[in-house]
Write a protein that binds this ligand. Sequence first.
Ligand SMILES: Nc1ncnc2c1ncn2[C@@H]1O[C@H](COP(=O)(O)OP(=O)(O)OP(=O)(O)O)[C@@H](O)[C@H]1O
Ligand SMILES: [Mg+2]
Length: 222
Amino acid sequence: MSRGIFVTGTDTGVGKTWVSAGIMAALQHQGLRVLGMKPVASGCAHTADGLRNEDALLLQQQGTAEIEYALINPYAFAPAIAPHLAAAQADTTIDLDVVERNYRQLAAHADVIVVEGAGGWLVPLNAQESMADLAKRLELDVILVVGLRLGCINHALLSAQAIRAHGCHLLGWIANTLDPQMPKLQTNIDAIATRIDAPLLGITPFQTTFNVESLAATLKIE
Ligand SMILES: Nc1ncnc2c1ncn2[C@@H]1O[C@H](COP(=O)(O)OP(=O)(O)OP(=O)(O)O)[C@@H](O)[C@H]1O
Ligand SMILES: [Mg+2]
């Protein structure tokens, strides 16, 4: 049976996609077949093939097998706005049945599926459900990417509390270095580590250009 990992973050733009690719590579180095999924993406470009999202394309490319785009990203919206608003604007509703169907198809080709959220943990998907419900429904273990910047301690602890309150398993958290000059960087990491009650799976380095292998090398995913 395949295993699923949900990558959430303390906010949008904290490094979920880069770190997800790193997680995929780290697992692939263990000899596992790993596929990525970005079920809901707003902020997509119009291309000859249809709407395409950069995150989904990167996760597709990092996958162990060639998978058609629509399976990886069933909900693609052009405007970079909250998913439930983008869906409403496109006259559609995000349906977790569709996401689950795609996920099960991907699972047939992989040992691990890495599912990237959009924004943070409680981002709404429709009138009733949120990203948290998606992770819960697919029974995914959760990894929290903490973008190291001012405010991240509070955001990390709030997110961890909400993940647990939803009945999900927080596999661990990853400290992603968004700014190497951040004052008290290590002290911030320590402040989270002593309060979060979940293992620190790695400290991903600041990169001027994306390098999946150097991200993977810093991660311990079991
Ligand atoms: N380790 C890093 N070193 C340097 N820059 C980084 C790092 N991680 C993320 N960034 C910067 O932050 C940007 C956002 O990262 P990323 O796309 O992975 O965030 P995200 O959390 O997936 O955002 P979204 O919510 O849009 O999916 C990157 O394009 C890059 O410019
Ligand atoms: Mg992303």
